[in-house]
Design a protein around this ligand. Structure first.
Ligand code: FAD
Length: 501
């Protein structure tokens, strides 16, 4: 039997994606003869943004043997219980999308039906008052979820805000310690095999060349291998997602960092504020069709309350995805494979799932197209699910003040999203397709935050005794408030456990 195993993997790019892939794959193949090489150019550098995550990042680094506190101390991280959306529904509005559940499902009926039932009786409590994650965030508190939750009121999750450069550095340490070879050089040419167009090697600015069986393109937006060499093509989703540029700037940080990402609607897009222990990350994501670069820059500068640490940097992008994340013997990850936009911090999470898919479907040198087709189908579905979730945030706004927000509302959204919204409005039902990154609780947070509500509650609740329902719901809110009162402040938690060493 011929040995057709992949013997060498070459990762191109040393940003968050490249070093996460290197660390994770090296660990996965520990003890095998597979050789992993990462090429990055310190002259070119990395994109330098990407500081807000979702909870899956914690499982990712835990599999590398790192604890939450290891990562927090190494990257100046703060805790993220969710995202606070300000002015999105309309000016003055605010809600939190927490990582976790709202209330308790009872008798197989999802919690929001009980909440709706009581609203019809005049109860005004917001759904966030039944979420421990949202209530902790709102109160500036932080505690780790109980390992043995007495009820779903305790079920919440958390993620990190970290310094992207420090995180990539940490991943590099892990990868190099495990045996990944790093080359600091600029790739000047990608060499294709004449017979089938597969990548044979890359030429470096030193004149040397590096050969490989499998190439992982983590070179950022340009897609040095997947696009510039293999011309894979790109699906532009600009008809649904209008933002295509951002200004990003770091600022000094003062005061208590909130345990959530702040995202605030602006004239022609939205602004992020991400707290780290040593500074803040700020940025304005905007539509170039609706505001000039100069105006966007002025709007961002006027909104950052603390001194800036450098001149704001502009980043341009086309929302969408590479037509194939895997083409021939090249697999693209992260920005090289596509980018929606920064809202809901999905890009690093998609790196994690991309790496998992590479492990699951790791090919041999025959590169059977059935394997890459499966990878591409999974990637397409996953990206489309995330796309729909992001579009919902824009589509559902009720702002009348600028053309941007009116145009977002007028977007003809994909049928998959139309169906989801209709099923929630009609029956309070969450559609869960394969490869959904966001679970029903997240959809519920966004629907309710944007005032999209089912026309009625589950009919099985018609006979419910309203007085006892009210007592039960009051108890739930009291339990949430008591848990928040007993929790330390986020600042105290950081001071005690997570200060950089
Ligand atoms: P990059 O960081 O661009 O790295 C590319 C690498 O390729 C570099 O090492 C570079 O040197 C190398 N390279 C390129 N060309 C060559 C060459 N010729 N030779 C050798 N090396 C080369 N994601 C989140 O999850 N959360 C967020 O909050 C978030 N915010 C974002 C905000 C903005 C405005 C943008 C644009 C993106 C954001 N993202 C976010 C996405 C996130 O930044 C990326 O997913 C992440 O940084 C990974 O980037 P990367 O490694 O693919 O690319």
């Amino acid at each position: 039997m011929t040995d057709n195993r992949i013997r060498s993997v070459v990762i191109v790019g040393g940003g968050t994606a490249g070093w996460m892939a290197a660390a994770s794959l090296q660990r996965h193949f520990q003890g095998s003869p597979l050789k992993i090489t990462l090429i990055e150019s310190s002259e070119i550098g990395t994109i330098g943004v990407g500081e807000a995550t979702i909870p899956t990042i914690r499982s990712f680094y835990q599999t590398l043997g790192l604890s939450d506190l290891d990562v927090m101390r190494a990257t100046g991280a703060t805790c993220k219980l969710g995202i606070r959306f300000k002015d999105w529904l309309k000016p003055g509005s605010s809600f939190i999308h927490p990582f976790g559940l709202f209330g308790q499902d009872l008798r197989g009926v999802p919690f929001h039906n009980y909440w709706l039932r009581l609203r019809a009786e005049g109860e005004t409590a917001e759904i966030g008052e039944y979420s421990l994650g949202a209530a902790l965030a709102k109160g500036g508190k932080f505690t780790q979820p109980s390992r043995n939750p007495p009820s779903s009121l305790s079920v919440f999750d958390w993620a990190l805000h970290f310094d992207a450069g420090l995180f990539a550095g940490l991943m590099r340490q892990v990868a190099e310690a495990a045996g990944v070879q790093r080359i600091d050089a600029r790739i000047t040419k990608v060499n294709l095999r004449p017979e089938d167009g597969f990548i044979a090697s890359v030429t470096l600015d030193s004149g040397a060349s590096v050969e490989g069986d499998l190439f992982i393109d983590c070179s950022g937006f340009r897609g040095l291998l997947i696009e510039e060499a293999l011309q894979t093509g790109y699906e532009d989703w600009g008809q649904w997602l209008l933002c295509d540029r951002a200004y990003a700037v770091q600022s000094e940080g003062h005061g208590a960092p909130p345990p959530y990402t702040d995202v605030t609607a602006q004239t022609a897009g939205w602004r992020w504020r991400i707290p780290l222990q040593h500074r803040y990350g700020n940025g304005y994501v905007y539509s170039s069709r609706h505001i000039s670069d100069d105006e966007a820059l002025r709007e961002l500068q006027a909104s950052v309350p603390d001194p800036l640490l450098h001149a704001p940097r502009q980043i341009r992008f086309t929302p969408g995805r590479r037509r194939k994340a895997w083409n021939r013997n090249c697999i693209a990850l992260s920005l090289a494979s596509g980018f929606l936009e920064p809202l809901e911090s999905t890009s690093i999470a998609l790196i994690e799932t991309g790496i998992e898919k590479i492990k699951q479907l790791f090919p041999d040198r025959s590169f059977n197209p059935a394997v890459s087709d499966e990878f591409n189908e999974m990637s397409r579905l996953e990206m489309e699910r995330v796309r729909d979730f992001i579009i919902l945030h824009y589509k559902a706004n009720q702002r009348e003040d600028t053309a941007f927000w009116r145009d977002c509302r007028a977007v003809d959204v994909p049928d998959t999203l139309k169906h989801k919204i209709e099923m929630f409005r009609e029956r309070g039902h969450f559609i869960r397709y394969r490869w959904e990154m966001f679970q029903p609780a997240s959809w519920l947070a966004i629907y309710t935050g944007f005032d999209i509500l089912p026309k009625t509650w589950d009919p099985s609740l018609d006979g419910l005794d309203v007085a006892s329902l009210r007592r039960g719901m009051d108890e739930m809110r009291k339990a949430v408030r008591a848990a928040v009162d007993g929790a330390p402040t986020h600042s105290d938690f950081l001071e005690k456990y997570a200060r950089p060493t």
